[in-house]
Design a protein around this ligand. Structure first.
Ligand code: ATP
Ligand code: MG
Length: 420
């Protein structure tokens, strides 16, 4: 170990577990790529103001969890705590919404930073794959995103996840509900901080995890009873489309989520094997966000799935991803001349698209064969002085143990044939 360790709340991805992370990112993004979502990448940091406005001044993310810094030039920046505000900012900046092709559908994958209390499934650096569909109000778009997330989790082999669904109303009906909720909450027995929250963001109080708070909320007014006709119809259509797709969900009228920008459709994916950090992903519609960051009216919907917690969920369910061995052929040279010759064969194989590796460092046969085994390679190529004198290499099938001498000049072609 060196003098240094990964900072508190962070961890490194190292082989072999890192392969699972790559596979999860791949599995989550595959359905998006197949559904018209284009890849977008934005900086790891933004002007702090983007998140203050775009995520919301009253959210935990902005008030407690953001890593902020002042540059030598005096700019106020923040490490990105989430993806949506940045993606929308970038889409507006590139005028993607003006190309006359709405919705603008984008997917992303990257690192996010939140100064949280580290615990299992909760880190200060974590990674998400996300999707945003910008500029269109259409229940089918909300349904598409929920269905694609479900498809991704299923493709990974996850079964113990549930989809929670709610509608948060829009700028017509939400304010009426907000006021009714505030009136109800003001009469409860709550601590100072929560009382302040009632005035700034009362819906968040519904999200309070404490049992004594939850007990008092049993008779709280329900948003469902306040939804305007347009919101009700929209929500019913989303529900009908997901149901028709055979995707199971649960209506959860307490689901409000931590970000200020959500309107109408709101959803969360939870996994029952994860203990208290049970949310593996979440998202919803954010019709007002564009205007909040100075853009035009662009009703949009999106989600972000947490890669770290998805990997934990796979581990909790005991799902082993079917990760093909990385190396197909492993070459073991015995002696100087064989080293040169086999290194040439390995290069040839690689250029032919066959994954090959090599016993570097002039190790003995025993150690090199151990590495060959560990590599998962299907075939090993071994050659010593005598083989070279005869113009052959020994090709060993690691599954059957069978070994055959193959002319050196035909080794690459023979392997290509055998590996299909
Ligand atoms: P939580 O309620 O657990 O704090 P959140 O509502 O803050 O989650 P989102 O902002 O919706 O989470 O982010 C989407 C997903 O990103 C989460 O469902 C989770 O899988 C992941 N995520 C969020 N924060 C963290 C974190 N600190 N560590 C690991 N994963 C995280
Ligand atoms: Mg959080």
């Amino acid at each position: 170990m060196s003098t240094f360790q990964a900072p508190k709340g962070t961890y490194d991805l190292t082989p072999p577990r890192s392969a699972t992370f790559l596979a999860v990112r791949e599995a989550i993004s595959a359905p998006l790529r197949d559904s018209g979502y284009g890849y977008i990448e934005t900086p790891g940091f933004e002007n702090v103001e983007l998140f203050a406005r775009g995520v919301g001044e009253s959210t935990d993310i902005v008030t407690k969890e953001m890593y902020t810094l002042t540059t030598k030039g005096g700019d106020q920046l923040a490490l990105r705590p989430e993806g949506t505000a940045s993606v929308l900012r970038a889409a507006l900046e590139a005028n993607l919404h003006k190309a006359g092709n709405l919705p603008v559908k984008l997917w992303y994958s990257g690192s996010y930073y939140r100064y949280e209390r580290p615990q299992a499934g909760r880190y200060r650096h974590f990674s998400q794959v996300g999707a945003e569909a910008i500029g269109t109000e259409d229940p089918a778009l909300d349904a598409e995103l929920i269905i694609l997330a479900d498809q991704a989790y299923r493709a990974l082999g996850l079964r113990q996840f549930r989809i929670l669904l709610n509608s948060l109303g829009d700028k017509e009906c939400r304010p009426v509900y907000r006021e009714a909720l505030q009136t109800f909450l003001r009469d409860l027995d709550l601590d100072e901080e929560t009382r302040r929250r009632i005035e700034i963001n009362p819906l968040r109080v519904l999200d309070d995890k404490r049992a004594d708070v939850q007990k008092q909320l049993t008779d709280a007014p329900k948003l469902r009873d306040y939804l305007c006709d347009a919101c009700k119809a929209y929500h019913e259509e989303v529900r009908a489309l997901i149901t028709a797709a055979g995707v199971a969900f649960e209506d959860d009228e307490k689901l409000v989520r931590g970000l200020d920008y959500y309107t109408r459709t709101t959803f969360e994916f939870v996994h029952d094997g994860l203990g208290s950090q049970s949310a593996v992903g979440g998202g919803g519609r954010y019709d007002g966000l564009s205007e909040m960051i100075g853009g035009p009216e662009l009703p949009s919907v999106g989600w972000a799935l947490g890669v770290d917690r998805t990997v934990l969920a796979l581990e909790a369910e005991g799902v082993e991803l079917d990760l093909p061995a990385v190396t197909s052929v492993y070459a073991v040279p015995l002696g100087e001349e064989a080293r040169r010759v086999l290194f040439g064969v390995v290069t040839e194989l690689r250029r032919a698209g066959i994954a090959a590796d090599f016993a570097f460092g002039g190790r003995g046969l025993k150690g090199a064969m151990k590495s060959a085994n560990r590599s998962g390679a299907r075939y090993t190529l071994v050659a010593g002085e005598r083989d070279l004198a005869e113009g052959v290499v020994q090709l060993k099938d690691m599954e059957s143990g069978e070994q055959t001498a193959v002319p050196l000049t035909e080794a690459a072609a023979e392997l290509a044939k055998r590996l299909g």
